[in-house]
Design a protein around this ligand. Structure first.
Ligand SMILES: CC(C)(COP(=O)(O)OP(=O)(O)OC[C@H]1O[C@@H](n2cnc3c(N)ncnc32)[C@H](O)[C@@H]1OP(=O)(O)O)[C@@H](O)C(=O)NCCC(=O)NCCS
Length: 326
């Protein structure tokens, strides 16, 4: 019988974890391509993860050989009451899946299950009430593993103790557009001027991030945070929408074809401003020679999904939210 042993990570094992990670997610990196943000991790990054507060990494050995790892974080949630949540950390903030990884040659032998079970039991004993993991809808191994330990896929999940209005967790969709074809004709708002941002847009950009994408820098971003986003050295193009002299929206793209949408200010929605800005962003991507555009969004953001459809995007995949009540 195979013997499986799980232990917490110790500094010095970062190279091992990086190797397991890179071998385990390699199939996803190849299957999905660059736009889905899988990349090789370096040992130093693993060490950085392990040193973040409340983060833990666990290693599994099969017959004495390192075979898998898991990375999770416990957070205190202040909802309608306080409770502890266990999150299986993601390979990338926007596009990734949970870091539950077994190297291909040791799969199907209970290693994934042992890692998951060990962490669930350990954190349940320390008061965690709810655990969340994320995986793409076509990840059959992850679906089998998570459901075998009592996780349920919930498209939109409300947790009473968190909030009655706001969902606690939800699926995301990933939509793609073939940029080698002409863009669809859409109705553009003629009062919108699309241009690259300038320093004097800073106050407007702070509002846009704070009100439209509070999950990036919180509801009140600092000037420093937004300036660092603006001057981010990663190759990208950012465009803003100016409507009757006021800067009201921002969008960007990266050289791998990913699109980021800080948003359009709430009082200026439903005027075709987002669609106009999005159309010009896609045109710019074509001018840069990109052949595929990828956007992601939470399933609850219906307006964003409608906008993607309007411009001819198709939903390529979903990322499922898996919930376990302890
Ligand atoms: C998902 C993953 C961690 C599973 O690890 P594993 O060690 O092979 O899983 P286990 O052997 O512990 O299997 C657990 C259960 O899932 C089932 N299972 C595992 N792989 C499966 C597959 N490809 N198809 C169907 N069922 C599968 C097993 O039969 C077992 O079910 P049982 O308890 O009813 O017998 C592994 O496939 C992996 O590393 N994949 C790449 C990275 C990834 O996608 N991570 C998950 C993100 S959430």
């Amino acid at each position: 019988m195979a013997e499986i042993y799980v232990e917490p990570f110790r500094p010095g094992q970062e190279m091992l974890v990086a190797q397991i990670h890179n071998a385990s997610f390699d199939e996803w990196a190849r299957k999905l391509g660059e736009a889905y943000a899988y990349r090789k991790v370096m040992p130093q990054e693993v060490l950085d993860w392990s040193q973040k507060p409340s983060n833990t990494i666990w290693l599994a050995y099969l017959n004495g050989v390192p075979a898998g790892y898991i990375h999770c974080r416990v957070e205190e949630i202040r909802g309608r009451r306080k409770f502890l949540h266990l999150l299986y950390e993601l390979t990338d903030r926007d596009m990734g899946q949970s870091k539950i990884a077994v190297v291909p040659r040791y799969r199907g032998r209970g290693v994934g299950k042992a890692l998951l079970r060990t962490t669930l039991e350990y954190f349940k004993d320390r008061g965690v009430e709810i655990a969340t993991a994320y995986a793409y809808d076509d990840n059959e191994a992850a679906s089998a593993l998570l459901s075998s330990l009592g996780f349920r896929h919930e498209e939109i999940f409300y947790y009473e103790d968190y909030s009655q209005q706001e969902p606690f967790a939800f699926d995301s969709i990933y939509a793609e557009l073939d940029l080698s074809k002409p863009l669809k004709d859409v109705r553009l708002n003629p009062d919108v001027k699309v241009r690259t941002p300038r320093e004097e847009d800073l106050d407007a950009l702070i509002r846009i991030f704070g009100e439209c994408s509070p999950w990036v820098y919180g509801p009140k971003p600092s000037a420093k945070e937004v300036l660092s986003w603006l001057h981010n050295s990663r190759a990208k193009v950012t465009l803003v929408a100016e409507y009757r002299g006021e800067t009201v929206g921002a969008m960007e793209f990266f050289k791998d074809g990913r699109i980021g949408i800080p948003g359009v200010l709430p009082e200026h929605r439903r005027k075709g401003i987002g669609t106009t800005l999005f159309y010009h962003l896609l045109k710019e991507m074509q001018r840069h020679g990109l052949v595929k555009a990828v956007v992601d969004t939470g399933i609850i953001l219906r307006d964003a999904i409608r906008m993607y459809h309007r411009l001819g995007f198709h939903i390529a995949r979903r990322r499922w939210a898996w919930i376990k009540l302890m």
